[in-house]
Design a protein around this ligand. Structure first.
Ligand code: OKV
Ligand code: MN
Length: 240
């Protein structure tokens, strides 16, 4: 019995090598797994389930095959694929899960986040996040033609790149007090998240007890996966 956790693949047409590496991962690692959790930023910019690109269709076909073989599939939204909807999830055979979902991972209560909610020192980012997560804003965006949404996403991305190049890097990491607060309030000694592109296993203390925060890696130069079974957790990477 194994459960796999990945995030931040940022799948897009300009990096077909990442998509191919993901298909290899599905066949070689995910086949036979109990569950695959995709914790956000799976796509680099998801502009709506009505975007029938070759990429979105190919990924759905590959994931549906896995879920038909008995691996349970879960999607959590990130800051780039928050418009991914029930429609596309169903086509993949996946279940959409909320930010902050608590799972029982082979006996250990484990909190799952994308991770951007922990980056509270980046105030402009949190304002942006609040805006794009509002259902009314999302409805308004989804009412626009695909071509308009594509331009909006591209504009936002270049805006973000411009801003991030000016930010101190610690601002863009998680706030450790917020990590403690969130883990305490969920009553967990283990947290798994992505987003920061700083893959690591951090040991900490929550309520005077040993605890762990596992940060998943982004698929830029390497593939990354956390594998969990009844005994252990392993954070693995391999070159793309
Ligand atoms: C992060 C910030 C962009 C601040 C938009 C569809 C939609 C994706 C997107 C792509 C780019 C967000 C979502 C990003 C932070 C910005 C701009 C300002 C203040 C759409 C799919 F809705 F427009 F159609 N985008 N990203 N900003 O790079 O994560 O922090 S982003
Ligand atoms: Mn992210």
């Amino acid at each position: 019995m194994t459960a796999l956790f990945i995030s931040d693949l940022h799948l897009n047409e300009l990096r077909p090598d990442i998509t191919r590496a993901f298909y290899v991962f599905l066949q070689q690692k995910a086949a036979g797994a109990d569950a695959l959790y995709i914790l956000g930023d799976f796509f680099d910019a998801w502009i709506g389930d009505d975007d029938d690109s070759e990429l979105s269709q190919g990924v759905a076909t590959a994931l549906k095959q896995l879920s038909d073989q008995g691996t349970r599939l879960f999607f959590m939204h990130g800051n780039r694929d928050f418009l991914l909807g029930q429609d596309y999830a169903s086509r993949c055979g996946a279940t959409l899960i909320d930010e902050g979902t608590l799972i029982d991972l082979y006996g250990c209560p484990t909190l799952l986040l994308h991770g951007d909610s922990l980056c509270i020192d980046d105030i402009p980012y949190q304002q942006f996040r609040n805006q794009v997560r509002m259902p009314a804003w999302q409805q308004q965006v989804l009412a626009q033609p695909l071509a308009v949404r594509r331009v909006m996403a591209a504009n936002m991305r270049s805006q973000s790149e411009g801003m991030n190049s000016l930010k101190a890097s610690d601002i863009m990491d998680v706030n450790l007090a917020e990590v403690s607060r969130v883990m305490q309030s969920a009553g967990v000694q283990r947290l798994i998240h992505g987003h920061t592109h700083r893959p690591a296993r951090h040991q900490l203390e929550i309520n005077n007890q040993p605890a762990e925060r596992i940060v998943l890696g982004d698929w830029h130069s390497h593939g990354w996966c956390l594998t969990a079974n009844e005994e252990t957790l392993e954070l693995e990477s391999w070159p793309l």
